[in-house]
Design a protein around this ligand. Structure first.
Ligand code: AMP
Ligand code: MG
Length: 415
């Protein structure tokens, strides 16, 4: 189609304007789901000393080589090493040290014999009765039940790479390395504007001719999903003064992106264009895309600006295609869109624009099959809510027979 901008070229042009944001410190408990900004290199060994992995006796393996149930070897108990203490001396030949799980190995000992393999008995918590001798019922190998120094982590080892999204697992590792705080990439702040005289707030009573503003909620949720902080600005009426005032409010929030929906198509009452021409520099694109042909991109007051179409489905789809990648880049996150392929259940027609059709997916005879979710009207939000994914019909396809395979951008996990 002539004069329509290609989706990929538009995205490339947009992404040139975004770089990863600076980092900030965060307590590790607040860092769950955040992107770590630096490599984490261990400055300590973990464990920091060789220690026992069992309750039992630290011994020299060679002292008990011939021990059996019938002919136990007797060792002299010379030390008691509870967890959290230091051994009081060096273990000599023929000696055993009572040792608890996690307690440091005494010098001279090379292995641990679990208490079950001896005649010793003790009541947990009672340290008073340390026998003088212990009879050992079996032999062991050097190193048995000993966790060597640095078994888990060695000094100098890179444990977490910059760019990793922190999970509970990484937060545990940071704790074991003694790091209560980490550098994380700052979360992008996204101001979200809705414009239109027909819009009323979510909790306003119904009024004739009016609809509820759903875009700012759906867009805010998308921003959160992709690691940003949404800043909702109250609805702007279709007057230059009101739209200008709302844009100023948005700018006052010092956002990283300003996102508006509606008012970028050519409508008699669209004042958004007038105001952004006054406050910034914005290109109005006609993109070879369905839904979402009109899209504005540029800067307003020096802040990157996206003007998304007003139709709720178009707003969400254009967010996914153009805003999400920019948001992820600002936040230092990799693009995580999951694409699969599916065959269409029925013949389909398209108008030659790249189309994102809402589909439900099912597994049939080993194939993933895509069914359109009823109406594909770009005003029908339920077509998004019921969809498992967006079937991507490439440019220049006008007709495809049932059974044709297409890529699908998954919107949720499927079985
Ligand atoms: P426009 O881009 O202003 O021509 O709007 C296109 C369609 O999107 C119209 O039907 C609007 O009523 C609808 N619309 C605009 N903004 C919103 C919004 N924030 N929430 C829900 N629908 C909207
Ligand atoms: Mg409008």
């Amino acid at each position: 189609m002539a004069n329509l901008l290609n989706v990929d070229q538009a995205l490339e042009q947009i992404l040139n304007n975004f770089d990863r944001l600076a980092s900030e410190t965060s307590d590790i408990l607040d860092a769950l789901g955040r992107v770590i900004a630096d490599d984490i290199v261990a400055e300590t060994n973990v464990p920091p000393f060789p220690n026992s992995s069992m309750d039992g006796f630290a011994v020299r393996a060679q002292d008990i080589q011939v021990a059996t149930q019938d002919k136990p070897t007797s060792l002299k108990i010379t030390m008691d090493i509870p967890a959290g203490t230091s051994p009081s001396g060096v273990l000599k030949p023929g000696e055993a040290a009572r040792i608890m799980t996690g307690a440091p190995m005494p010098e001279g000992a090379d292995s641990v014999l679990p208490v079950e393999d001896t005649d010793a008995k003790w009541t947990p918590g009672d340290n008073s009765l340390l026998p003088e001798q212990v009879a050992v019922f079996r032999s062991i190998k050097t190193g048995d039940y000993v966790r060597p120094l640095g078994e888990d982590i060695r000094v100098g080892q890179k444990i977490i790479s910059a760019g990793t999204v922190l999970r509970a697992e990484e937060i545990g590792v940071l704790a074991v390395l003694g790091r209560p705080r980490v550098f994380v990439t700052r979360q992008p702040r996204i101001a979200i504007l809705s414009t239109g005289d027909e819009l009323i707030e979510i909790d306003a009573p119904s009024q004739s001719g009016k609809i509820r503003d759903s875009n700012s909620y759906a867009l805010a949720a998308l921003v959160t999903t992709y690691g940003g902080i949404p800043l909702r600005i109250p609805i702007a009426r279709d007057t230059i003064a009101d739209v200008r005032g709302r844009f100023r409010e948005a700018l006052n929030q010092k956002p990283d992106i300003i996102l508006s929906s509606a008012g970028v198509s050519v409508g008699a009452f669209d004042v958004v264009r007038t105001v952004i021409d006054e406050l910034g520099e914005v290109d109005f694109w006609r993109i070879n895309l369905r839904p979402g042909k009109p899209l504005a991109f540029g800067q307003v007051g020096g802040i990157p600006f996206f003007g998304l179409p007003g139709n709720p489905v178009s707003a969400m789809v254009t967010f996914d295609i153009f805003v999400r990648p920019a948001l992820l880049r600002l936040g230092g996150r990799a693009d995580n869109a999951r694409i699969t392929s599916a065959i269409i259940a029925e013949d389909l027609r398209s108008d030659g624009r790249r189309s994102y059709l809402r589909v439900r997916l099912s597994r049939e005879n080993g194939h993933l099959v895509a069914h359109l979710t009823g109406t594909q009207s770009s005003g029908a939000l339920t077509s998004m809510a019921t969809a498992d994914g967006l079937l991507i019909v490439p440019e220049d396809v006008t007709h495809a027979a049932a059974g044709t395979e297409f890529n699908v951008r998954l919107l949720r996990d499927i079985q």
